[in-house]
Design a protein around this ligand. Structure first.
Ligand code: UDP
Ligand code: MN
Length: 260
């Protein structure tokens, strides 16, 4: 069994649909590595069983757990609850190295080479490229690192209230220290922001390795016609229509039948 794993997180049955499509996209791309998903207690039993069909590891994590000293400290910072949930990925110490992927990402091509990178490798954020986007990052599980980041969160909070602000504050030298930790943008292409530079999106779209549906409009919220099997992409996202359609094709081919 591989000592490397792709890791995602879901806190409800809706994001779990994203996690299911993501897992099938990884299998489709022929990854040699394991798949792990962190689930919170609010994910239904039925959904966990679906996740178990495609993930090697389905690990329950608590958002706030009074049994746990780190969580206790966070009880005074409840706004960090969801952020903190993502941090649980550092506890997957049965793996040597992992790549975290948001549940709203889609792997278009095999990316197993990412495991050659070191912690913390990530791609620039489109809106502020001196920050990395925390939807895709390479990390090394470690209880020690988990404790340090959690403590940092309690002391400093997060400048954007989410995991991205926190992780950018913690891994503060990412922008300047080591270019090898800068993943090329093709590993985390924001589906809806690329219209800012549409010619580049068109020029390089066949090179995209991981697509990220960052923002409010998740693919599972886009209207889908089950007779014609086509997604009704809003006109402002027309450039991304076939990628949204691809998400839905994987959903129809690999996920939908197994849900019913
Ligand atoms: N997430 C979740 N439930 C939520 C919100 C977020 O499970 O209610 C997880 C999920 O893995 C998601 C990630 O946290 O992909 C980050 O949130 P999101 O992708 O919505 O943020 P964005 O990329 O749009 O900034
Ligand atoms: Mn995301």
């Amino acid at each position: 069994m591989s000592k490397f794993a792709w890791v995602t997180l879901t806190t409800n049955d809706t994001y779990s649909l994203g996690a299911l499509v993501l897992a099938h996209s990884l299998r489709r791309a022929g990854t040699a590595h394991q798949l792990a998903v962190l689930v919170t207690p609010s994910v239904s039993e039925a959904m966990r069983n679906k996740l178990k069909d495609v993930y090697n590891v389905v690990q329950e994590v608590n958002v706030l757990d009074s049994q746990d000293a780190a969580n206790l400290a966070l009880l005074s910072r409840p706004e960090l609850g969801v952020t903190f949930t993502k941090l649980h990925c550092w506890r997957l110490v049965q793996f040597e190295k992992c790549v975290f992927l948001d549940a709203d990402t889609l792997v278009l091509q095999n990316c197993d080479e990412l495991f050659e990178r070191e912690e913390l490798s990530a791609a620039p954020d489109v809106s502020w490229p001196d920050c990395f986007n925390s939807g895709v990052f390479v990390f090394r599980p470690s209880v020690d690192t988990f404790g340090k980041i959690t403590e940092f969160a309690v002391q400093h909070g997060s400048f954007d209230g989410g995991d991205q602000g926190l992780l950018n504050q913690y891994f503060a030298d990412w922008a300047t220290a080591d270019i090898k930790k800068h993943l090329p943008f093709v590993y985390n292409v924001t589906a809806y922001a690329s219209y800012c530079y549409l010619p580049a999106f068109k020029q390089f779209r066949d090179n995209i390795k991981i697509l990220h549906f960052a923002g409010k409009l998740k693919p599972w919220l886009i209207q889908f016609n089950s007779e014609t099997k086509s997604a009704s992409t809003p006109s402002e996202y027309a450039h991304a229509h076939d990628l949204i359609q691809l998400w839905w094709n994987i959903f129809c081919d690999n996920v939908h039948e197994r849900l019913t």
